[in-house]
Design a protein around this ligand. Structure first.
Ligand SMILES: NC(=O)c1ccc[n+]([C@@H]2O[C@H](COP(=O)([O-])OP(=O)(O)OC[C@H]3O[C@@H](n4cnc5c(N)ncnc54)[C@H](OP(=O)(O)O)[C@@H]3O)[C@@H](O)[C@H]2O)c1
Length: 245
């Protein structure tokens, strides 16, 4: 199905590895022009830039720590210079984290909330002046965060808060034709040999309706759906992409 993404101008945060990378490449293959960021300093950014070059011109991979307001503003400036505006923002940056609640430090709480939630606020606010009417903002949540998981109060709080952020912003921006949604992945294996250890993976398969773990491409497909005009009447939702856990 043609999702009508050719020529769309897309920002993906945390685009150099994992789900973000799959998403960047899927947009580029669909004919969109993409700016991707990471904190940089590793080979992943260089290899993504090379792979994107093979898919066409007009893409850019830049270093930006999206927990920092100044860096988020500079990232928006890069989108303006490179793409001339934005049609789609994918707030993909996020970290998994576990800690028994009694041992959860204030520092770790802030690290997780700033990475998973505050980054989304900073990037969306900086990108908003660039977002075209009929733009789409897609925030990457987590189905485990929504369901609740032991030793994950900080993670669950940050990911669940994304849905509240999204529902409120969907109402505020709907009048401008801008849609805001969450994609909430389940357990996703993004590289060969990655994911949970075999006994845990078996347990997860057993409680998953579709009987398998997810892939980055599974999540990217849902993101592209919410970015395209086929989902034009969908806003404020959290779409679980977890195989039916
Ligand atoms: N994988 C799963 O099973 C799963 C399940 C549920 C939800 N999710 C969610 O899906 C999203 C992607 O997860 P993933 O597993 O694909 O992550 P990942 O493989 O760890 O990749 C994270 C990406 O974000 C970048 N990044 C991290 N912190 C950043 C920051 N402060 N500023 C800019 N870039 C930053 C990383 O690059 P640098 O480190 O170089 O900055 C990398 O490109 C996250 O929101 C995660 O919570 C994942």
């Amino acid at each position: 199905m043609d999702l009508g993404l050719a020529g769309k101008r897309v920002l993906v945060t945390g685009g150099t590895r994992g789900i973000g990378r799959e998403t960047v490449l899927a947009f580029a293959r669909a004919g969109a022009r993409v700016v991707a960021c990471s904190r940089g300093g590793d080979d992943a950014a260089d290899s993504l830039a090379r792979e994107l070059k093979g898919l066409g011109d007009g893409h850019r991979v830049v270093a930006a720590d999206v927990t920092d307001a100044t860096a988020a503003a500079a990232l928006a400036d890069t989108c303006r210079e490179t793409l001339g505006g934005l049609d789609v923002v994918v707030n993909n940056v996020g970290i998994d984290a576990r800690s028994p609640f009694e041992k959860l430090t204030e520092q770790e709480w802030h690290r997780v909330v700033e990475t998973n939630l505050t980054s989304c606020f900073l990037v969306t606010q900086a990108a908003l002046p660039l977002l075209a009417e009929h733009g789409s903002v897609i925030n990457i949540g987590a189905s485990a965060g929504m369901r609740g998981r032991p030793e994950s109060a900080h993670y669950g709080a940050s990911k669940t808060a994304l849905s509240g952020f999204t529902r409120s912003l969907a109402r505020e921006l709907g009048g401008r034709g801008i849609r805001v949604n969450v994609v909430a992945p389940g357990v996703i294996v993004t590289e060969p040999g990655g994911g949970p250890p075999p006994p845990v993976a078996d347990l997860i398969r057993a409680v998953t309706a579709l009987g398998r773990l997810g892939t980055g491409a599974d999540v990217a497909a849902a993101v592209l759906f919410l970015a395209g005009d086929v989902s034009r009447y969908i806003t404020g939702v959290t779409l679980n992409v977890d195989g039916g856990i």
